[in-house]
Design a protein around this ligand. Structure first.
Ligand SMILES: [Zn+2]
Length: 173
């Protein structure tokens, strides 16, 4: 298939933000990010249904997590330095406040939390988690780091009343 939009960091995100936005700088507001995300999500759901919309979002998250790993995390030597780098870059870029809540010694199972999450923090309560893109993102980072498959599911979300997003990651069997 011919692809017009094949993702590539330098060609679709941009390599030089100083040149791209000399006066406005590299930041925008969270409303703009959410406006984009939740309109796209609405349209995907209307066309393909909720489950497929979530799957597509998660898959895009995996792609993003892998690209993010290559860009910011690839010199992590072990799980501890990886989580320190994730925490750092998430802070610097305003993605959220990342913490490792628990980690099995063999790196087969993790619980992560993200406070003030870019996607959902402050949204009204619903009965369901909404951060499927983040699920994919974390999956992509872990898979790039370990070379193994991972399943990641959000088990608490701001939107479920938890006020923090909590993700469980397990190696895929
Ligand atoms: Zn969430």
């Amino acid at each position: 298939m011919e692809r017009k939009y094949q993702f590539d960091w330098d060609n679709t995100v941009g390599a030089d933000m100083e040149q791209a936005r000399p006066s406005l700088g590299p930041s925008t507001r969270i409303e703009v990010y959410r406006l984009f995300q939740f309109t796209l999500r609405d349209i995907l759901e209307q066309h393909y249904g909720t489950e497929m919309a979530d799957n597509l979002f998660r898959e895009a998250g995996v792609m993003a997590g892998k690209a993010f790993f290559e860009k910011f995390l690839s010199d992590a030597k072990d799980a501890a330095s990886l989580s320190a780098k994730v925490q750092d870059s998430f802070n610097t870029l305003g993605i959220g406040i990342f913490r490792v809540e628990s980690a099995k010694e063999d790196n087969s199972h993790f619980i992560f939390t993200v406070d003030e999450d870019l996607d959902c923090s402050g949204l009204p309560d619903t009965s369901d988690v909404v951060c499927v893109y983040d699920e994919g993102f974390i999956q992509g980072v872990l898979e790039s780091f370990s070379g193994k498959g991972f399943n990641v599911r959000e088990i608490d979300c701001w939107c479920t009343g938890a006020r923090t997003c909590r993700f469980e990651a397990k190696t895929a069997s």
